[in-house]
Write a protein that binds this ligand. Structure first.
Ligand code: MTE
Length: 312
């Protein structure tokens, strides 16, 4: 992100092709076995508590899923350090029990949801989405959650609600990175209301059929698959409906480098590097980055008439 050059992944982090092919065969077998209505075991060493009653969904990809181990050990979560392995090492101090999410601002029904009630707000489904980081790497992850719009509808936004702000927990005692001045904490991200209401926008509470690991943003995070990964705020404590575009943590830190929209766009370079290609974690060669991360058919109409070089 701000501090590091796009990760040219260490040779030791790249899965050799023979291991990769073996995994592929293994995963194909697992997919065949798990073809029931309710999802079976993730098959790739998922180890945490399972989420009950997760439904399969139509959101699948004909692409290899990134192994569970990579999804949970190669992370960006600056509250727990800037190294890719730091969140997995350090996020143990995050307390996810008794978590609440406050829904506030321009809504007729403000509420504070405790996490157990939130989990039951709508049926949980598995959705396999790409996540493309601005640093130039990407993954394919089977998330578990429900569309954010389910929560938004219950909050009943007023006519003044034009944007939605997502605020990560602010507690330096639990989040050692917040004792540094790396960012102006807490981490804040934002979406336009129609982006937040889009059916693809997911409030995720799990991955690979299990409760979200802390390093991936437990107990609840956003997943906005057509935007760079940093828009997908982790460990959300507040969701606020506002009239003006929220000033996000990355816009504050580096306004020339990170705009509000942050749509995956191979035609708009980051000021310090190209965004034309990406490296899928586990693959050797880079692949072309797709406009809107491949979700253009679903989301391009949200930006009709906008100059996406200006609104980057
Ligand atoms: N949310 C918070 N609170 N803090 C962060 O540092 N990093 C973002 C995003 N959400 C971040 C965050 C970035 S840059 C990316 S790429 C994704 O989380 C990474 O999600 P993952 O680690 O689950 O793959």
């Amino acid at each position: 992100m701000l501090i590091r050059h796009p990760s040219d992944i260490l040779p030791s982090e790249i899965t050799p092709p023979e291991v990769y092919r073996e995994r592929r065969r293994f995963m194909q077998g697992v997919v065949a076995l798990a073809a029931g209505a309710v999802l079976g075991a993730a098959g790739d060493a998922a180890a945490g508590p399972r989420l009950p009653g997760v439904r399969a969904s139509a959101y699948r990809l004909d692409e290899e899923r990134t192994p569970y181990k990579d999804v949970t050990t190669y992370n960006n979560f600056y509250e727990f350090g800037t190294g890719k392995g730091d969140p997995a090492q350090n996020a143990g101090s995050l307390r996810t029990q008794s978590w609440t999410v406050a829904v506030e601002g321009e809504v007729r029904r403000p509420a504070t949801w405790d996490i157990d009630t939130l989990l039951k707000l709508a049926p949980l489904e598995e959705r396999v989405y790409r996540l493309r980081c601005v640093e130039g790497w990407s993954m394919v992850i089977p998330w578990v959650g429900f569309p954010l719009r389910e929560l938004i509808r219950r909050a009943e936004p007023t006519g003044k609600a034009k944007y939605v702000e997502f605020v990560t927990l602010h507690d330096p005692a639990q989040m050692p990175g917040q004792r540094t001045r790396l960012l102006d904490w807490p981490y804040v991200e934002g979406l336009r209301l129609d982006e937040a209401m889009h059916p693809l926008t997911l409030l995720a509470v799990g991955l690979y059929g299990e409760v979200l690991p802390k390093q991936n943003g437990a107990p609840v995070r956003l997943v906005v698959p057509w935007k760079y990964g940093f828009k997908s705020a982790k460990s959300i404590a507040r969701i606020r409906f506002v009239e003006k575009p929220p000033l996000t943590a990355w816009m504050k830190a580096a306004p020339r480098e990170y705009g509000f929209y942050s749509n995956v766009n191979p035609h708009v370079d980051h000021p310090r590097w190209s965004q034309a290609k990406e490296r899928r974690i586990g693959e050797f060669f880079k692949r072309d980055t797709l406009m809107f991360n491949g979700y253009g058919d679903q989301v391009a109409q949200l930006y009709r008439g906008m100059d996406l070089k200006r609104f980057f």
